[in-house]
Design a protein around this ligand. Structure first.
Ligand code: RIB
Length: 358
Protein backbone atom coordinates (compact mmCIF):
# COMPACT_ATOMS: atom_id res chain seq x y z
CA UNK A 1 0.00 0.00 0.00
CA UNK A 2 1.41 3.42 -0.90
CA UNK A 3 1.97 6.02 1.82
CA UNK A 4 -0.70 8.64 2.41
CA UNK A 5 0.44 12.00 1.15
CA UNK A 6 -0.44 15.59 1.87
CA UNK A 7 -2.32 15.58 -1.46
CA UNK A 8 -4.58 12.78 -0.12
CA UNK A 9 -5.29 14.76 3.02
CA UNK A 10 -6.08 17.88 1.00
CA UNK A 11 -8.52 15.92 -1.20
CA UNK A 12 -10.17 14.30 1.81
CA UNK A 13 -10.60 17.64 3.61
CA UNK A 14 -11.62 19.52 0.46
CA UNK A 15 -8.85 22.11 0.82
CA UNK A 16 -5.64 22.95 -1.01
CA UNK A 17 -2.29 21.28 -0.28
CA UNK A 18 -1.04 24.69 0.86
CA UNK A 19 -3.76 24.81 3.51
CA UNK A 20 -2.83 21.35 4.80
CA UNK A 21 0.79 22.44 4.94
CA UNK A 22 -0.17 25.60 6.84
CA UNK A 23 -2.08 23.56 9.42
CA UNK A 24 0.79 21.09 9.82
CA UNK A 25 3.38 23.83 10.19
CA UNK A 26 1.16 26.28 12.03
CA UNK A 27 2.71 29.14 10.11
CA UNK A 28 -0.29 31.15 8.95
CA UNK A 29 -3.65 31.65 10.55
CA UNK A 30 -6.22 29.17 9.22
CA UNK A 31 -9.91 29.40 10.09
CA UNK A 32 -10.65 27.14 13.08
CA UNK A 33 -13.31 25.17 11.16
CA UNK A 34 -10.87 24.50 8.27
CA UNK A 35 -8.14 23.50 10.70
CA UNK A 36 -10.45 21.00 12.37
CA UNK A 37 -11.48 19.58 8.96
CA UNK A 38 -7.83 19.07 8.05
CA UNK A 39 -7.06 17.45 11.42
CA UNK A 40 -10.04 15.15 11.00
CA UNK A 41 -8.81 14.12 7.51
CA UNK A 42 -5.31 13.53 8.89
CA UNK A 43 -6.78 11.30 11.58
CA UNK A 44 -9.06 9.37 9.16
CA UNK A 45 -6.23 8.71 6.70
CA UNK A 46 -3.73 8.06 9.46
CA UNK A 47 -1.43 10.55 7.74
CA UNK A 48 1.79 10.69 9.71
CA UNK A 49 4.65 12.47 7.96
CA UNK A 50 6.54 13.20 11.17
CA UNK A 51 6.25 13.68 14.87
CA UNK A 52 4.54 17.03 14.56
CA UNK A 53 1.76 15.57 12.44
CA UNK A 54 1.36 12.73 14.91
CA UNK A 55 0.93 15.21 17.67
CA UNK A 56 -1.66 17.01 15.57
CA UNK A 57 -3.77 13.88 15.40
CA UNK A 58 -3.38 12.69 18.98
CA UNK A 59 -2.98 16.11 20.57
CA UNK A 60 -0.19 14.81 22.76
CA UNK A 61 3.26 16.38 22.59
CA UNK A 62 3.78 16.14 26.35
CA UNK A 63 5.29 19.62 26.15
CA UNK A 64 3.93 22.79 27.70
CA UNK A 65 5.16 26.30 26.86
CA UNK A 66 6.16 28.79 29.53
CA UNK A 67 6.41 32.38 28.26
CA UNK A 68 8.45 34.73 30.49
CA UNK A 69 9.33 38.38 29.84
CA UNK A 70 12.99 38.30 30.91
CA UNK A 71 14.90 35.07 31.27
CA UNK A 72 17.85 37.00 32.78
CA UNK A 73 15.78 38.01 35.81
CA UNK A 74 16.37 35.26 38.45
CA UNK A 75 12.73 35.60 39.49
CA UNK A 76 11.65 33.71 36.36
CA UNK A 77 13.99 30.68 36.56
CA UNK A 78 12.73 30.27 40.15
CA UNK A 79 9.17 30.23 38.83
CA UNK A 80 10.15 27.91 35.97
CA UNK A 81 11.49 25.41 38.49
CA UNK A 82 8.11 25.29 40.19
CA UNK A 83 6.30 24.84 36.88
CA UNK A 84 8.74 22.14 35.71
CA UNK A 85 8.39 20.16 38.95
CA UNK A 86 4.59 20.34 38.85
CA UNK A 87 4.28 19.18 35.24
CA UNK A 88 7.11 16.61 35.38
CA UNK A 89 5.10 14.49 37.79
CA UNK A 90 2.52 14.16 34.98
CA UNK A 91 5.17 13.31 32.38
CA UNK A 92 5.34 16.79 30.79
CA UNK A 93 8.35 18.92 29.87
CA UNK A 94 8.55 22.74 29.85
CA UNK A 95 9.52 24.63 26.69
CA UNK A 96 10.85 27.96 27.96
CA UNK A 97 10.24 31.02 25.76
CA UNK A 98 11.72 34.46 26.46
CA UNK A 99 9.58 37.33 25.13
CA UNK A 100 12.23 39.93 26.00
CA UNK A 101 9.57 42.26 27.45
CA UNK A 102 7.83 42.47 24.09
CA UNK A 103 4.44 44.18 24.37
CA UNK A 104 2.98 41.77 21.81
CA UNK A 105 3.08 37.96 21.81
CA UNK A 106 5.18 37.86 18.60
CA UNK A 107 5.51 35.35 15.72
CA UNK A 108 7.17 32.56 17.73
CA UNK A 109 4.17 32.61 20.07
CA UNK A 110 1.80 31.96 17.20
CA UNK A 111 4.05 29.31 15.65
CA UNK A 112 4.44 27.42 18.90
CA UNK A 113 0.81 27.51 19.96
CA UNK A 114 -0.84 27.06 16.57
CA UNK A 115 1.76 24.63 15.30
CA UNK A 116 0.84 21.96 17.84
CA UNK A 117 4.27 21.83 19.34
CA UNK A 118 2.79 22.06 22.84
CA UNK A 119 -0.32 20.82 24.62
CA UNK A 120 -0.83 23.95 26.73
CA UNK A 121 0.83 27.17 27.80
CA UNK A 122 1.56 29.34 30.81
CA UNK A 123 1.73 33.01 29.96
CA UNK A 124 3.54 35.81 31.70
CA UNK A 125 3.46 38.66 29.21
CA UNK A 126 4.10 42.39 29.24
CA UNK A 127 0.77 44.27 29.17
CA UNK A 128 -0.60 41.85 26.56
CA UNK A 129 -4.16 42.54 25.40
CA UNK A 130 -6.85 39.90 25.73
CA UNK A 131 -8.42 40.37 22.26
CA UNK A 132 -5.39 39.60 20.03
CA UNK A 133 -4.33 36.85 22.42
CA UNK A 134 -7.71 35.12 22.20
CA UNK A 135 -7.41 35.20 18.40
CA UNK A 136 -3.99 33.56 18.50
CA UNK A 137 -4.71 30.84 21.05
CA UNK A 138 -6.46 27.78 19.54
CA UNK A 139 -9.85 27.26 21.21
CA UNK A 140 -8.88 23.80 22.47
CA UNK A 141 -5.46 24.74 23.85
CA UNK A 142 -5.50 25.28 27.64
CA UNK A 143 -3.76 28.40 28.88
CA UNK A 144 -2.91 29.69 32.38
CA UNK A 145 -1.95 33.30 33.12
CA UNK A 146 0.75 33.76 35.74
CA UNK A 147 2.14 36.76 37.67
CA UNK A 148 0.79 39.41 35.29
CA UNK A 149 -2.92 39.83 34.68
CA UNK A 150 -4.55 39.91 31.23
CA UNK A 151 -7.97 41.46 31.93
CA UNK A 152 -10.68 39.93 29.77
CA UNK A 153 -8.84 36.69 28.90
CA UNK A 154 -10.86 33.63 29.99
CA UNK A 155 -8.13 31.60 31.66
CA UNK A 156 -7.07 30.36 35.09
CA UNK A 157 -4.61 32.71 36.74
CA UNK A 158 -2.22 32.88 39.66
CA UNK A 159 -0.50 35.99 40.98
CA UNK A 160 0.37 37.70 44.25
CA UNK A 161 -1.36 40.70 45.80
CA UNK A 162 0.94 43.36 44.37
CA UNK A 163 -0.94 46.26 45.94
CA UNK A 164 -0.45 44.68 49.36
CA UNK A 165 3.26 44.19 48.60
CA UNK A 166 3.65 47.87 47.65
CA UNK A 167 1.81 48.86 50.82
CA UNK A 168 4.06 46.65 53.00
CA UNK A 169 7.27 47.98 51.43
CA UNK A 170 6.30 51.64 51.73
CA UNK A 171 4.91 51.29 55.26
CA UNK A 172 8.17 49.64 56.27
CA UNK A 173 10.16 52.60 54.91
CA UNK A 174 7.84 54.99 56.78
CA UNK A 175 8.35 52.89 59.94
CA UNK A 176 12.13 53.33 59.74
CA UNK A 177 11.73 57.09 59.39
CA UNK A 178 11.75 57.74 55.63
CA UNK A 179 9.64 60.71 54.59
CA UNK A 180 10.56 61.27 50.93
CA UNK A 181 10.42 57.90 49.19
CA UNK A 182 11.56 57.59 45.61
CA UNK A 183 9.54 54.95 43.74
CA UNK A 184 11.35 53.11 40.95
CA UNK A 185 8.23 51.73 39.27
CA UNK A 186 7.89 49.08 36.58
CA UNK A 187 6.53 49.60 33.05
CA UNK A 188 3.23 51.44 32.60
CA UNK A 189 0.32 49.05 31.99
CA UNK A 190 1.96 45.95 33.51
CA UNK A 191 -0.39 44.78 36.28
CA UNK A 192 2.38 43.97 38.78
CA UNK A 193 3.90 47.45 38.38
CA UNK A 194 0.50 49.18 38.65
CA UNK A 195 -0.41 47.19 41.77
CA UNK A 196 2.87 48.00 43.52
CA UNK A 197 2.50 51.70 42.70
CA UNK A 198 -1.08 51.65 44.05
CA UNK A 199 0.23 50.17 47.31
CA UNK A 200 2.93 52.87 47.52
CA UNK A 201 0.37 55.65 47.08
CA UNK A 202 -2.02 54.04 49.53
CA UNK A 203 0.68 53.83 52.22
CA UNK A 204 1.56 57.50 51.77
CA UNK A 205 -2.09 58.58 51.93
CA UNK A 206 -3.28 56.29 54.71
CA UNK A 207 -0.38 56.12 57.17
CA UNK A 208 -0.50 57.27 60.78
CA UNK A 209 -1.30 60.97 61.17
CA UNK A 210 2.32 61.96 61.92
CA UNK A 211 3.58 60.01 58.89
CA UNK A 212 0.86 61.47 56.64
CA UNK A 213 1.79 64.99 57.67
CA UNK A 214 5.47 64.49 57.11
CA UNK A 215 5.59 62.03 54.19
CA UNK A 216 5.00 63.35 50.72
CA UNK A 217 3.38 61.71 47.71
CA UNK A 218 5.21 63.91 45.24
CA UNK A 219 4.88 63.06 41.52
CA UNK A 220 8.60 63.93 41.09
CA UNK A 221 9.34 60.96 43.32
CA UNK A 222 7.61 58.48 40.99
CA UNK A 223 9.51 57.12 37.99
CA UNK A 224 8.46 54.33 35.60
CA UNK A 225 10.54 52.11 33.33
CA UNK A 226 11.74 48.57 32.58
CA UNK A 227 12.15 46.09 35.44
CA UNK A 228 15.93 45.97 34.88
CA UNK A 229 19.04 46.78 36.91
CA UNK A 230 20.37 49.29 34.34
CA UNK A 231 17.10 51.18 34.59
CA UNK A 232 17.29 51.26 38.41
CA UNK A 233 20.84 52.55 38.14
CA UNK A 234 20.13 55.26 35.56
CA UNK A 235 16.92 56.48 37.22
CA UNK A 236 18.57 56.74 40.65
CA UNK A 237 21.57 58.44 39.13
CA UNK A 238 19.31 60.95 37.32
CA UNK A 239 17.45 61.65 40.58
CA UNK A 240 20.74 62.25 42.43
CA UNK A 241 22.16 64.44 39.65
CA UNK A 242 19.00 66.54 39.53
CA UNK A 243 19.34 67.29 43.25
CA UNK A 244 16.00 65.64 44.09
CA UNK A 245 15.83 65.06 47.81
CA UNK A 246 14.85 61.58 49.02
CA UNK A 247 15.68 59.40 52.01
CA UNK A 248 14.15 56.09 50.92
CA UNK A 249 13.72 54.05 47.74
CA UNK A 250 10.98 51.54 47.05
CA UNK A 251 12.02 49.69 43.89
CA UNK A 252 9.31 47.66 42.15
CA UNK A 253 11.67 44.70 41.82
CA UNK A 254 15.04 43.58 43.17
CA UNK A 255 16.93 44.18 39.92
CA UNK A 256 15.87 47.85 40.02
CA UNK A 257 16.95 47.99 43.67
CA UNK A 258 20.38 46.47 42.87
CA UNK A 259 20.89 49.14 40.19
CA UNK A 260 19.86 51.82 42.71
CA UNK A 261 22.38 50.52 45.28
CA UNK A 262 25.16 50.89 42.73
CA UNK A 263 24.21 54.50 41.89
CA UNK A 264 23.96 55.41 45.59
CA UNK A 265 27.40 53.89 46.21
CA UNK A 266 28.90 55.91 43.35
CA UNK A 267 27.44 59.12 44.77
CA UNK A 268 28.74 58.35 48.25
CA UNK A 269 25.29 57.90 49.81
CA UNK A 270 25.22 55.49 52.74
CA UNK A 271 22.59 52.76 52.81
CA UNK A 272 20.55 52.69 55.01
CA UNK A 273 21.78 55.78 56.97
CA UNK A 274 21.21 58.32 54.15
CA UNK A 275 18.82 56.34 51.97
CA UNK A 276 16.98 53.14 53.01
CA UNK A 277 16.29 50.80 50.07
CA UNK A 278 13.74 48.04 49.64
CA UNK A 279 13.08 45.86 46.58
CA UNK A 280 10.49 43.29 45.54
CA UNK A 281 10.72 39.54 44.69
CA UNK A 282 13.48 38.22 47.00
CA UNK A 283 15.64 36.83 44.21
CA UNK A 284 18.69 34.94 45.49
CA UNK A 285 20.94 37.96 44.76
CA UNK A 286 19.02 40.13 47.28
CA UNK A 287 20.65 38.46 50.29
CA UNK A 288 24.09 38.68 48.59
CA UNK A 289 23.89 42.44 47.85
CA UNK A 290 26.01 45.00 49.73
CA UNK A 291 24.35 45.78 52.03
CA UNK A 292 21.95 42.82 51.94
CA UNK A 293 18.70 44.03 50.43
CA UNK A 294 15.37 44.22 52.24
CA UNK A 295 12.57 43.13 49.96
CA UNK A 296 8.99 42.00 49.58
CA UNK A 297 9.28 38.24 49.05
CA UNK A 298 7.09 36.50 46.52
CA UNK A 299 6.28 32.77 46.99
CA UNK A 300 7.98 32.23 43.64
CA UNK A 301 8.25 28.44 43.58
CA UNK A 302 4.63 28.13 44.72
CA UNK A 303 3.47 30.48 41.97
CA UNK A 304 5.11 28.11 39.50
CA UNK A 305 3.74 24.90 40.99
CA UNK A 306 0.21 26.30 41.18
CA UNK A 307 0.36 27.47 37.56
CA UNK A 308 1.69 24.05 36.49
CA UNK A 309 -1.03 22.19 38.38
CA UNK A 310 -3.74 24.45 37.00
CA UNK A 311 -2.58 23.64 33.49
CA UNK A 312 -2.40 19.88 34.19
CA UNK A 313 -5.94 20.05 35.54
CA UNK A 314 -7.21 21.72 32.36
CA UNK A 315 -5.33 19.21 30.19
CA UNK A 316 -6.94 16.32 32.04
CA UNK A 317 -10.33 17.71 31.20
CA UNK A 318 -9.68 18.73 27.61
CA UNK A 319 -10.97 16.58 24.78
CA UNK A 320 -9.37 15.49 21.51
CA UNK A 321 -10.41 17.70 18.55
CA UNK A 322 -12.87 15.16 17.23
CA UNK A 323 -14.62 14.29 20.46
CA UNK A 324 -16.93 16.17 22.84
CA UNK A 325 -15.32 17.24 26.13
CA UNK A 326 -14.85 14.33 28.54
CA UNK A 327 -15.81 16.63 31.42
CA UNK A 328 -17.20 20.15 31.03
CA UNK A 329 -14.58 22.85 31.62
CA UNK A 330 -15.25 24.75 34.87
CA UNK A 331 -15.19 28.56 35.10
CA UNK A 332 -11.70 30.10 35.19
CA UNK A 333 -10.06 30.10 38.63
CA UNK A 334 -8.09 33.01 40.08
CA UNK A 335 -5.57 32.40 42.87
CA UNK A 336 -3.99 35.37 44.66
CA UNK A 337 -1.13 34.66 47.09
CA UNK A 338 0.23 36.97 49.79
CA UNK A 339 3.73 38.43 49.76
CA UNK A 340 5.83 38.85 52.93
CA UNK A 341 8.49 41.28 54.16
CA UNK A 342 12.17 40.23 54.38
CA UNK A 343 14.06 42.81 56.37
CA UNK A 344 17.82 43.01 55.87
CA UNK A 345 20.53 45.65 56.34
CA UNK A 346 19.44 48.00 53.54
CA UNK A 347 16.58 49.27 55.72
CA UNK A 348 17.74 48.24 59.19
CA UNK A 349 17.92 51.69 60.74
CA UNK A 350 16.17 50.91 63.95
CA UNK A 351 14.07 48.24 65.56
CA UNK A 352 10.94 47.67 63.52
CA UNK A 353 7.84 46.31 65.18
CA UNK A 354 5.63 43.68 63.61
CA UNK A 355 8.02 42.86 60.76
CA UNK A 356 9.32 39.46 59.85
CA UNK A 357 13.09 39.51 60.44
CA UNK A 358 15.40 37.14 58.60
O1 RIB B 1 9.39 41.17 35.01
C1 RIB B 1 9.87 41.69 36.15
C2 RIB B 1 9.07 41.52 37.38
O2 RIB B 1 7.75 41.10 37.24
C3 RIB B 1 9.69 40.50 38.26
O3 RIB B 1 10.85 40.96 38.86
C4 RIB B 1 8.61 40.19 39.18
O4 RIB B 1 8.50 41.19 40.13
C5 RIB B 1 7.46 40.15 38.23
O5 RIB B 1 6.27 40.37 38.81
Amino acid sequence: MSRTTMRDVAREAGVSIATVSRVVNGVDAVAESTRRRVLEAIRRLNYSPNLVAKSLVHRGTRNVALFVPDIMNPFFPAIARGVADAVASEGYTVVLCNTDDSTEPGPHFERLLRGNFVDGAILCGTAWDAAPLSELIPADLPVVVMDRRVPGLRADSVEIDNRLGGLMATRHLLDVGCRRILHLGGPVGVSTAEGRLAGYLEALCSGAADERDAAEADSDLITRGPFRAESGYSRTRAALESGLSFDGIFAANDLLALGALQALRQFGRRVPEDVAVIGFDDIYMAALALPPLSTVAQPTYRLGTIAGRMLMDRLDRSASPAQPPAHPQPEPKRVVLEPSLRIRESTRRERVQGSEEE
